[in-house]
Design a protein around this ligand. Structure first.
Ligand code: PAF
Length: 300
């Protein structure tokens, strides 16, 4: 989770909008990519599933800081959703997202149809062992195969020099760092800080599903994680003590609503009984029909 490149980069300010091009096909993307290669431009890439919010825009601004041409993709990836999950109701509004990105430092928006990403005859799956078997991977079997496969394919198509992901999906960041390392993909990863509402709730496209009552309870997730972090800062090393403190600080969340609350090694994503090295305190809750995830890093 902590390759040197991801380390603190100052909060990105708003950079000036660029004249954003919009492409949907592999052939148009490839023509643009070739043009950039000839011009000697480096490319910073922000893959997204759309339904953009300030969290995504902060990743775009972080990408722009690298002085590269900024490419954003919008693709709601079917293979990372299980059949019982929210693929069909996942919010989609490419025109709205496009209008938002036009005001940001984005040079190229790639919004392919599913057939472009998974053409007839597509047969590959990228599976990353171990890191994907805990937490999100345990609750959502197959999820990270879908993520790793689409990210590997998007990297192959966009050929970025830099790629930017959000730390809210902490396990996803670790999985992608492993993917890049194992497959020797020549890309530098940057991980952007989680952007939060004033009450602490991490921005997420899924927050839109929360009922008003659940929206009021939702900040308890980050409050609990922050209390766990504080307990660790005050000297608690045992995972049990850290997670108990976290749960106690989030009384609005019933025991049955927690999918998990785990202290995991920041590199391997395996649960640890006590914090010896950098670790992540990660939690997932189900409030009504909505699943929320969040995490904090316990690092010296
Ligand atoms: O984090 C996301 O939005 C998705 O998992 C990603 C990385 C765009 C792959 O579909």
């Amino acid at each position: 989770l902590r390759p040197a490149e991801q380390d603190r980069i100052e909060a990105p300010e708003q950079a000036r909008p660029r004249d954003m091009k919009f492409v949907t096909t592999l052939s148009d993307l490839s023509a643009e990519r070739e043009r950039l290669r000839r011009a000697g431009r480096s490319v910073a890439f922000v893959p997204t599933m759309g339904a953009l919010h300030e969290g995504h825009l902060s990743l775009v601004r972080l990408a722009a800081k690298s002085e590269s041409t900024v490419v954003v993709s919008i693709f709601v990836n079917p293979t990372q959703f299980a059949p019982n999950e929210d693929f069909t109701r996942y919010p989609r509004d490419v025109e709205r997202d496009r209008a938002l990105l036009e005001k940001e430092p984005v040079d190229l928006l790639f919004a392919p149809a599913p057939e472009e990403i998974y053409p007839k005859g597509f047969r590959s799956t990228v599976h990353i062992a171990e890191l994907t078997e805990t937490m999100e991977g345990a609750v959502r079997p197959g999820h990270f195969d879908g993520v790793a496969t689409v990210v590997a394919r998007l990297f192959g198509l966009v050929r970025p020099d830099v790629a930017v992901f959000g730390r809210k999906d902490g396990q996803q960041c670790a999985v992608i760092a492993r993917l890049v390392e194992d497959l020797a993909i020549p890309v530098r990863l940057l991980f952007g800080e989680t952007v939060r509402e004033k009450d602490g709730l991490a921005l997420s496209s899924r927050n839109a599903y929360l009922s008003p009552g659940d929206r009021r309870r939702a900040p308890a997730l980050y409050r609990g994680l922050s209390a766990g972090l504080e307990a660790w800062r005050r000297g608690a090393l045992e995972a049990e003590q850290i997670t108990q403190t976290a749960r106690a600080a989030a009384p609005e969340i019933a025991a049955s609503e927690w999918d998990y609350l785990v202290v995991a090694d920041a590199g391997t994503m395996q649960p640890v009984a006590s914090v010896e090295r950098a670790a992540m305190l990660a939690g997932a809750v189900r409030l009504g029909d909505t699943r929320l995830i969040d995490n904090v890093i316990l690092e010296a």
